[in-house]
Design a protein around this ligand. Structure first.
Ligand SMILES: *[C@@H]1O[C@H](CO)[C@@H](O)[C@H](O)[C@H]1NC(C)=O
Ligand SMILES: *[C@@H]1O[C@H](CO)[C@@H](O)[C@H](O)[C@H]1NC(C)=O
Length: 407
């Protein structure tokens, strides 16, 4: 019993590391896993990624209601010209990622750089637990309590605080751009009237609110195995694949035992346009840690097909929510006046087309849609052609709103 639980947990470690992460492209690239061992840069995100490409960048810090200390970066155009800043745009990353995800390729391929060069006042979000956030006012990362949250808190507290902070610094409504888990957070936050009133418009890459139809075979197998619950039962509260244990398990598992290239496909879908030779540099930064509770919440969504708050079980739900089932996030309460753009792909095994359609059916507004038949989950962030294929359409949407003539 103990042994099989360990085997399941070990498998889980491996698999989770690939969930929504950029880690692996094909089998022959897999030696790159040893790069996980390399120490991630300890300098700031500005200093290690953004400034070296010639973009002015400043670090900001803000506190959530529940005491987490978040890092934000503010980036402006590489042209260096002194000009009034354009409208603020907040970039909110996906699971096992952080703000670096928007700057991983060259300045003419990466959305963060592209938006800055189009005159936007670019703000980069980093949720609690990632390496660009700064811990908690009283808890240590070694405390179980530090990891007691899911995307629900990331939406209502982290994203809520980022929007509030940017709104108050810039005195302007904020454009929000999210990828994957960043879109779950965004859609949940937009159901909150006090938050959405500070949002100008949203662009969602691989939009997710419902996860009931994901086709990622490997993820579905883990859901069936109740891996999320096993991990929590074992007292593992932080999922960190850059820890000693995490990298050791990855090395063992991927040393010929598993087709790791196929694994990425069976988790994210077939990515058409991902640059395999850049995996080494992605692995310097990804994956970032998250909480086991967050994984559990995501698996609940897959099992139940709902877009709802964390399910503690009937009795605890009564205590937390005064009802037996967790309250749902009502997409219908997102104001129809909020302009939304969405990019989604036919090969995305996580943001499945039928789940996207479900989301669209419940939204009061009709978002601008970009559908790319051959795009997988990672392509929307890291395709070598994402500028032409995706970001140009997003930029056209933003400028169609006529907020400013500078972009
Ligand atoms: C993108 O920038 C690189 C250099 O950073 C350059 O070699 C390449 O031609 C550029 N590509 C496009 C499409 O502009
Ligand atoms: C793919 O990545 C390699 C290594 O960074 C780079 O030299 C090459 O230009 C990239 N290819 C494209 C199409 O961006």
């Amino acid at each position: 019993m103990e042994f099989s639980a360990t085997v399941i947990a070990v498998t889980g470690f491996l698999v989770i590391s690939f969930l929504l992460s950029t880690a692996v492209g094909s089998t022959e690239d897999f030696i790159a896993v040893s790069n996980l061992r390399r120490k991630s840069p300890t300098a700031s995100l500005c200093a290690s990624v953004i400034e070296p490409s010639g973009f002015p960048c400043s670090e900001h810090i803000t506190h959530t209601k529940d005491g987490y200390v978040l890092g934000l970066q503010r980036v402006s155009s590489s042209s260096g010209a002194v000009q009034p800043r354009g409208p603020p745009v907040l970039l909110i990353h996906g699971l096992f990622m952080a703000g670096d995800a928007w700057f991983m390729d060259s300045p003419n391929q990466s959305l963060g750089f592209i938006l800055a060069d189009h005159g936007f006042d670019v703000w980069v979000g980093n949720v609690r637990g990632t390496r660009w956030s700064h811990g908690h006012v009283s808890l240590s990362e070694k405390d179980k309590k530090f990891w007691d949250w899911s995307w629900q808190e990331l939406a209502l507290y982290d994203l809520g605080e980022m929007i509030r902070y940017i709104y108050s610094v810039t005195n302007s409504k904020v454009f929000v751009v999210g990828h994957s888990q960043g879109t779950i957070m965004s859609l949940a936050a937009f159901t909150q009237p006090d938050l959405v009133k500070m949002v100008e418009a949203a662009a969602l890459l691989c939009p997710i609110s419902y996860l009931g139809h994901i086709t990622a075979q490997f993820v579905l197998r883990l859901v069936k195995l109740h891996l999320d619950e096993v991990i929590l039962a074992m007292g593992i509260h932080e999922l960190n694949f850059k820890s000693n244990l995490g990298t050791r398990i990855m090395d063992i598992m991927c040393d010929g035992h598993v087709e790791c290239g196929d694994l990425l496909t069976s988790i994210t879908g077939k990515n058409c346009c991902f640059n395999n030779s850049r995996i080494d540099s992605y692995l310097e930064f990804e994956p970032h840690p998250t909480s086991s509770k967050n994984l559990h919440h995501l698996f609940q969504m897959i099992r139940k097909g709902t877009f709802a708050m964390y399910d503690y079980g009937m009795w605890k739900n009564m205590r937390y929510y005064s009802q037996l089932e967790p309250p749902v996030f009502e997409l219908s309460s997102i104001p129809s006046s909020l302009p939304i753009w969405m990019g989604y792909g036919g090969n995305d095994a996580l943001a499945d087309v039928s789940d996207v359609k479900h989301t669209l059916k419940e939204l009061p507004s009709k978002p601008n849609l970009l559908y790319l038949d051959n795009y997988g989950h990672i392509d929307f962030l890291l395709s070598v052609k994402s500028k032409e294929d995706v970001y140009d359409s997003m930029l056209a949407f933003f400028s169609s709103l006529g907020r400013s003539s500078s972009y």
